[in-house]
Design a protein around this ligand. Structure first.
Ligand code: HEM
Length: 538
């Protein structure tokens, strides 16, 4: 388990040479016994019954029968590439994470994905895109598991099964575009109005990217940086594509889904093969780590909110270059396992309830998806740092552990005593105070505003972008069967903007309702006018 058996270039899977299949001159069984043929089973006479003793037949068929593993419960369809991340050293004052140091180069593996479709679904559907990066740093693996949309549908992970069940194909016909699936999705996002912001981004051109190479990426949650002195800063991660942000239009997306369902994965692989390596700059917005964790009135623990870049500019901290395609889709793209809990010293979590739930979910799902607890030993998941973990045995264990005493401290093999109080480069959690006088399930009152940021987004759009948004809502809502759901969706839109609501209502042939919240004027306050003018970035 170490860098010596692993190549980050993508030209090899990292498996030691002697284990590479199809490597030798002769065909063999899995046990290495040489075969003289593989096209006919062993029979009692040329037309006789097949004999149970034919080990090669049984091995070949049995292995084939077990070739598939469960696809990811979400983000099942993806494409990935290897690359290099180069730190700029600009974050050195606020984090001790060594891989962000000046000119430090770290191998990475990045997987892009759609969320709702199954492994064989089309690339250009309207959906959020995953943007997950595994940094193989010298201090251990750091995973940044983000999306191409900066906010999420829900504020608390306990609703994740619900939002996904509402969006996935309905159980009776398993047809993603069935009327029933539209009803459940729109039912959910109009009853849980915290989903309004993410839904609006999905209905905008951001929901149908032109290419994975032309997407932004966002860590979504607020993270905590810790510097060498222990001082903390809150940050939000952003990936900015060097090629700019580009989208398809809806007709292109639909036609492409039929003509070339592999459009995005082909585009990524072709570009890399041709030497047109896609690049993203990694940046952070930074905020003081105050007791209330609010910034300009925005709750930094609410994942349905952005912080406009006019209020907190994105400061570049490194450069990502994707320069090699995987050599085996299954071994790399399918078996890679990202996890928000894979952190390195200098980067810590916050109390965002969505973030906290994700910290549980990924390891849990990977134990079943990847067949037990030892998937960290798979070549694509191996850290490049030395491992001494005291984890033993279990399904698909490939390590041969030595030593008599897998516990610390011990008096038998003398291994690695803890050095209390000394900085050994260990990961140390920030000792954040916990303010609580009771248990609650309620969300904070600062999570209540579901409309003012969607309104900012709408107001920042150009006329053409607005046309696309109106067309997307009208098209998608027209697929709902239940008129009551369409009417509820219009009530949500009325709280974003009367023009948006009116145009969609006309398209649906329904009356436009009045807003139920007080709409912010385009420029009632200096902060709003500042945002409405230029936000978002492009
Ligand atoms: C997978 C992003 C919220 C559970 C993924 C992947 C991405 C992602 C990019 C694909 C990883 C890959 O390529 O292998 C996000 C973002 C979220 C979010 C940005 C919100 C900010 C959640 C929540 C849960 C969740 C709240 C559960 C409570 C999962 C699971 C997988 C997954 C189970 C499949 C992992 C696997 O099978 O390896 N997510 N997700 N996600 N996500 Fe999330």
């Amino acid at each position: 388990r170490g860098p010596d058996t692993y190549s980050p270039t993508g030209q090899e899977t990292g498996v030691p040479q002697e284990k590479v299949a199809q490597g030798g001159e002769y065909l063999t069984t899995a046990q290495g016994a040489r075969l003289y043929e593989t096209d006919h089973s062993l029979k009692a006479g040329p037309r006789g019954p097949v004999l149970l003793q034919d080990h090669h037949l049984r091995e070949k068929i049995t292995h084939f029968d077990h070739e598939r593993i469960p696809e990811r419960v979400v983000h099942a369809r993806g494409a990935a590439a290897h690359g290099i991340f180069q730190g700029y050293g600009t974050a050195g004052q606020i984090t001790k994470a060594a891989f962000l140091g000046k000119d430090v180069e770290t191998p990475v593996f990045v997987r892009f994905s759609t969320v709702l479709g199954s492994r064989g679904s089309a690339d250009t559907v309207r959906d959020t895109r995953g943007f997950a990066t595994k940094f193989y740093t010298d201090e251990g693996v750091f995973d940044l598991v983000g999306n191409n949309i900066p906010v999420f549908f829900i504020q608390d992970a306990i609703k994740f099964p619900d939002v996904i069940h509402a969006g996935k194909p309905h159980p009776d016909r398993e047809i993603p575009q069935a009327q029933s699936a539209h009803d459940t999705f729109w039912d959910f996002v109009t009853l849980h109005t915290e989903a309004t912001h993410h839904t609006l981004w999905n209905m905008s051109d951001r929901g149908i990217p032109r290419s994975y190479r032309m997407m932004e990426g966002f860590g979504v949650h607020t993270f905590r940086f810790v510097n060498a002195e222990g001082a903390t800063t809150l940050v939000k991660f952003h990936w900015k594509p060097k090629l700019g942000v580009h989208s398809l239009v809806w007709e292109e997306a639909q036609i492409t889904a039929g003509v070339d369902p592999d459009f995005h994965r082909r585009d990524l692989a072709d570009a890399i093969e041709a030497g047109a390596y896609p690049q993203w700059e990694l940046g952070v917005q930074t905020f003081p780590d105050t007791d209330d964790q609010l910034f300009e009135g925005i709750d930094l623990l609410d994942p349905t909110k952005i912080v406009p870049e006019e209020l907190a500019p994105v400061q570049p901290i490194g450069l990502l270059t994707l320069n090699a395609n995987p050599s085996n889709y299954f071994a790399e793209t399918e078996q890679v396992a990202f996890h928000l809990g894979h952190l390195v010293p200098g980067i810590d979590v916050t109390n965002d309830p969505l973030f906290q739930g994700r910290l549980f979910s990924y390891l849990d799902t990977q134990i079943s998806r990847l067949g037990g607890p030892n998937f960290a030993q798979l070549p694509i998941n191996r850290t490049h740092a030395p491992v001494n973990d005291m984890l033993r045995d279990g399904m698909h264990q490939t390590a041969v552990h030595r030593g008599a005493a897998p516990y610390r401290p011990n008096s038998l093999d003398g291994g690695c005593p803890f050095l209390a109080g000394e900085d050994t480069g260990a990961y140390i959690e920030v000792p954040e105070p916990v303010h609580a006088d009771r248990k609650v399930r309620d969300a904070a009152a600062s999570f209540d505003d579901h409309y003012s940021q969607p309104r900012l987004f709408w107001l920042s759009m150009t006329p053409t972008e607005r046309e696309h948004i109106v067309a997307a809502y009208t098209f998608e809502l027209s697929k709902c069967w239940e008129t009551s759901i369409k009417e509820r969706a219009l009530r949500v839109l009325a709280n974003i903007d009367p023009e948006l609501c009116g145009e969609v209502a006309t398209g649906l042939g329904l009356p436009a309702p009045e807003p139920t919240v007080k709409l912010a004027e385009p420029d009632p306050s200096p902060a709003l006018s500042q945002l409405g003018a230029t936000w978002p970035l492009d």
